[in-house]
Design a protein around this ligand. Structure first.
Ligand code: SF4
Length: 84
């Protein structure tokens, strides 16, 4: 399994759980969670809700389990992803 895209829907409560689980991909700011620029093809650091940028390189394969774990652990279920 590989995750191709990950994004954050509206409603993040900035609890930090996802960053604890997978700090390579998620960074939590004062207002919301964002997908780190370093792991995105478009190089932007946003929730990736509008852009839906793909993950770069082999990140989506290497960190698939951690991303899925972070999504399952999000208390408000706003972490969404696509996989192949
Ligand atoms: S786990 Fe969910 S609610 Fe918590 S910071 Fe991450 S995206 Fe936001």
């Amino acid at each position: 399994m590989a995750i191709t895209k990950v994004w954050i829907e509206d409603g993040c409560i900035v609890c930090n759980a996802c960053e604890t689980t997978c700090p390579e991909v998620f960074t939590v700011t004062e207002e919301t969670c964002k997908i780190r620029a370093e792991v995105r093809l478009d190089g932007q650091q946003t929730p990736n809700l509008e852009e839906r940028s793909a993950l770069s390189g082999t990140i989506g394969k290497e960190l698939a389990d951690q991303i899925q774990e972070a999504a399952e652990g999000c208390p408000v279920e706003v972490i969404k992803f696509e996989k192949i």
